[in-house]
Design a protein around this ligand. Structure first.
Ligand SMILES: Nc1ncnc2c1ncn2[C@@H]1O[C@H](COP(=O)(O)OP(=O)(O)OP(=O)(O)O)[C@@H](O)[C@H]1O
Length: 290
């Protein structure tokens, strides 16, 4: 029955469309007859056609410009369907994402994030507060908020940090306010944390955030990067490399793994971008409130 009704409706609509579009698109042999607008309604009892004198919905200049070359076609289709085509988006805008980028020390977290910042808009990179000393070239408020240990401890006391950790004798923490402010403006949030921080964030966010694990192509490549950076004493290097060996075991807590290969920083950045794009196209979006 339903099938028959559909068949009837389709063939009726087709013949009605033919009448509504006397022009060459629906009729190869142009037989221009007078155009009588009708409203087509499908109901339980079949199809009802009622004259439609005028559409009252207003259109934007954009709509009009788009329609201009085929205005007759548009008008005809709208008439048959009984309403104006809407220019409103068919899907709601994607939710702001929280993207957590982590990985062993020296793998290139800062390098990847810095490049991502240059190539992609709509992201807010949360500036972490740290009690460690500024490295050459680092900028206050851009790379980190450099605070004293005492200042850091008062931030903890005032519950201003989403998470914090003592890493290699220095505090690092994520200020909550920044995330709230930028998510409210529709920005995706990028957080850069060490593995310990990522574990804490996973327990806070669960599946509501995207967790990306950055790795070097090999242990040797990681050590080279750390040595070349010349920011660590040999003792610190030893701790970092030994820790990195342990950290790789935490891979399973992450959603994605991105290899940051020697000399191929752009490839790693592109892959991170693809992950963000894919996440934004998900039907079932991750949602998070801080
Ligand atoms: N794909 C790459 N190829 C070559 N060198 C790289 C690559 N990615 C990063 N580097 C270099 O490796 C060094 C370590 O990178 P970076 O400081 O970004 O690591 P990190 O993960 O942020 O380290 P940490 O956690 O210790 O702060 C830097 O000197 C950086 O320029």
């Amino acid at each position: 029955m339903l099938h028959l009704r559909r068949l009837f409706a389709t063939s009726f609509a087709r013949s009605h469309l033919h009448r509504a579009f006397p022009g060459p698109i629906y009729s190869p042999i142009s037989t221009r007859t007078s155009f009588v607008p009708n409203r087509l309604e499908l109901s339980r009892s079949g199809v009802r056609v009622t004259p439609l004198m005028a559409f009252t919905a207003s259109s934007t200049p954009d709509d009009e410009a788009r329609r201009a070359p085929h205005s007759e076609v548009y008008r005809g289709l709208e008439t048959v369907l009984g309403s104006k085509f809407s220019s409103e988006p068919l899907t709601p805008p994607p939710h702001p994402l929280i993207i957590v980028i982590s990985g062993p020390s020296g793998v290139g977290k800062d390098a990847v994030i810095k490049r991502l910042q240059e190539v992609r808009e709509g992201l807010h990179f949360v500036v972490t507060a740290t009690s460690r000393a500024k490295r050459p070239g680092e900028v206050e408020g851009k790379d980190y908020y450099f605070v004293t240990k005492e200042e850091f401890l008062s931030m903890i006391e005032r519950n201003e940090l989403l998470e914090y950790a003592l890493v290699y004798g220095e505090y690092k923490g994520i200020p909550k306010q920044q995330i709230r402010e930028y998510m409210a403006k529709g920005y995706d949030i990028v957080l850069r944390v060490d593995i310990q921080g990522a574990e804490t964030l996973r327990s806070i966010f669960g599946k509501s955030a995207v967790f990306i694990f950055l790795v070097a192509e090999s242990e040797a490549a990681l050590v080279k990067r750390l040595v070349d950076r010349k920011t660590e004493t040999s003792d610190m290097l030893l701790v970092r490399v030994a820790t990195a060996r342990e950290e790789v075991k935490h891979l399973r807590n992450f959603d994605y793994v991105v290899v940051n290969e020697e000399g191929k920083l752009n490839n790693a950045v592109k892959l991170v971008e693809s992950i963000i794009d894919a996440e934004k196209a998900k039907v079932d979006q991750r949602k998070m409130q801080i």
